[in-house]
Write a protein that binds this ligand. Structure first.
Ligand SMILES: NC(=O)C1=CN([C@@H]2O[C@H](COP(=O)(O)OP(=O)(O)OC[C@H]3O[C@@H](n4cnc5c(N)ncnc54)[C@H](OP(=O)(O)O)[C@@H]3O)[C@@H](O)[C@H]2O)[C@H](O)CC1
Ligand SMILES: [K+]
Length: 506
């Protein structure tokens, strides 16, 4: 899998440089050949049923017409729904249109509901659309999304923004593909937000263009990548035999106000099963009348937050913390400290509501990771959730820069961002994680990695990936995604972390 993610501007720069270096039409021919080969691979050879090809007015449509012509030339039954534009097609697309017309592909005006196809090739729009699909384009997408057969999108599912992973709106629509073959380079929008539901399995074909030869666009300039173990596995070293609990750090969860103990306990269990040497809950507003013990996890030490010695410990602030004056005071105290810090949940809301806490966080003298979900991110940025979701990468970057911390913007395709603008998009996980308490476990897990000496960036990458991998492990065993519970995650996280550490030794 190509792990570097390129923006549309960068892809256009690669395309321009390659086009000027190659004979006319080469790239579109290569895109058509790559997609034809991939389609036949998916169909396990030449199909007997009809392949339906949707071709739009731009070069994405040109790619689709190349595929239509290729498949027809190979003896497949091909129907083409072509959506012409107002202007003339590009010379390459015009040539592809003529090729398709010259062969046995059958051009149709409309899609008949109920007609069966073995595959739909979606070449309506690629990186081009800047406005929501309407009229006939919309009708075609609606018809395709009603079909039960597999759908192969060319480059990008039509109607999806390749940079952001948002359906181009307002009130837009996008093809829900089973597979996407994407050209020249991988794209962030295929892996986050709506992209996770629309792109299906993503296959990258570079069309023979080595991006390193393209001036101005290379690995250094791709500021986004997929989050996979090579980015953090070196931190998961096997344990030294001559070590003790003090070698693996203390995690203190600051939270668990009266009535909200569960969130703090889940975070504490996340930290415990991810290998922290000792785990505390510093319970906010607890005058001693609250919980004294986690009966299923008696290893967790529960203390009142007032007077708790946070120094020298990794603090996970927020799970079940509430918004009392006491909580605010304790949060200010840990922000002013110098230990590793993970800020989640209620603590993020307190920070959002207070310029003073924001300034203290930005000045925090130690590694800091923030784990907002989109609503918390929106509060921190002073915008709405749809604005955050409309560009998850930029929202995470903006927060990381403003608050001088590594930011994990949770949700489908979690985005991890650094203050310098570097971004990673997570690859593991499933909708089983959409359940109460799963964020608390993530916070505890991140705290445990920080406590074991992982730098903030690697701890955030590792925590997000392990959390998702643990959910995938549970789903593979039949425990979800429906009904997966946060309490099941810590043991699965332990299994994933140990597997990672074992691999890093070999
Ligand atoms: N250039 C090459 O050799 C290669 C290109 N590749 C493929 O090309 C696309 C990008 O092609 P481009 O033409 O720039 O963009 P699209 O095909 O995605 O779409 C542009 C056309 O669509 C019209 N448009 C845009 N939005 C809408 C809409 N909402 N409704 C209707 N029509 C829309 C747009 O018309 P305008 O009126 O906006 O001018 C264009 O006609 C890329 O994704 C690849 O698939 C390959 O990489 C191979 C080499
Ligand atoms: K497409």
């Amino acid at each position: 899998m190509d792990t570097l993610l390129y923006s549309v501007d960068q892809i256009r720069a690669i395309e321009r440089a390659a086009t000027s270096a190659l004979p006319p039409g080469t790239l579109m021919r290569r895109a058509g050949e790559a997609a034809t080969t991939y389609a036949l691979e998916l169909l396990k050879g030449r199909p007997t049923d009809v392949v339906l090809v949707l071709a739009g007015p731009g070069n994405n449509g040109g790619d689709a017409l190349e595929v239509a012509a290729n498949l027809a030339a190979l003896g497949c039954k091909v129907k083409v729904a072509w959506l012409g534009g107002d202007g003339a097609p590009s010379p390459e697309t015009q040539a592809a249109l003529e090729r398709a017309h010259a062969g046995s592909a059958c051009f149709v005006d409309d899609l008949t509901d109920g007609e069966s196809h073995c595959l739909v090739i979606d070449g309506l729009f690629g990186i081009g659309p800047a406005r929501p699909l309407a009229g006939r384009a919309r009708e075609l997408v609606e018809a395709v999304n009603r079909k039960r057969c597999p759908v192969l999108s060319l480059d990008v599912p039509s109607g999806l923004d390749a940079d952001t992973g948002a359906v181009v709106g307002p009130h837009g629509i996008a093809v829900a593909a089973t597979y996407t073959i994407t050209f020249l380079g991988n794209k962030p929008g295929l892996h986050t937000g709506d992209g996770c539901d629309h792109a299906g399995r993503v296959h990258v074909d570079r069309l023979g263009v080595d991006e390193l030869q393209v001036a101005g666009v290379d690995a250094e300039h791709a500021r986004a990548r997929l989050n996979l173990p090579p980015l953090f596995a070196a931190c998961a070293a096997p344990r030294r035999r001559n070590s003790h609990k003090g070698s693996y750090g203390d995690v203190a969860v600051l939270g668990g106000a009266p009535g909200m103990a569960g969130a703090a306990l889940l975070a504490a269990r996340g930290a415990l099963f991810a290998g922290a040497g000792r785990v505390f809950v510093a319970a906010v507003g607890d005058d001693g009348a609250g919980i004294a013990l986690d009966p299923t996890q008696p290893e967790i030490m529960i203390r009142p937050a007032a007077g708790f010695a946070f120094g020298g410990r990794t603090v996970v602030a927020g799970p079940g913390m509430g918004d009392s004056a006491g909580a605010t005071r304790m949060l200010a105290q840990v922000l002013d400290g110098s230990g590793p810090l993970l800020v989640d949940a209620d603590a993020l809301n307190l920070v959002a509501a207070s310029p003073d806490l924001q300034a203290r966080l930005a000045r925090h003298d130690g590694p800091a990771v923030l784990t907002p979900h989109p609503l918390e991110a929106a509060r921190l940025l002073g915008v709405t959730t749809p604005v955050v979701q409309a560009d998850r990468l930029e929202s995470a970057r903006e927060l990381a820069q403003r608050l001088n911390a590594v930011v994990v913007l949770k949700g489908a395709g979690s985005v991890i961002a650094r203050p310098d603008g570097e971004v990673a998009v997570n690859t593991s996980g499933n909708p089983g994680l959409a359940t109460g308490g799963s964020g608390d476990v993530l916070a505890g897990l991140g705290g445990a990695l920080l406590a074991q000496g992982w730098p903030a960036w690697e701890a955030a990458l590792g925590a997000v990936w392990l959390h998702g991998a643990a959910a995938d492990r549970l789903v593979n065993c039949g425990c979800g995604p429906i009904g997966l519970t946060a309490g099941e995650l810590p043991r699965a996280i332990r299994a994933e972390l140990n597997a990672l550490a074992a691999q890093s030794r070999s």
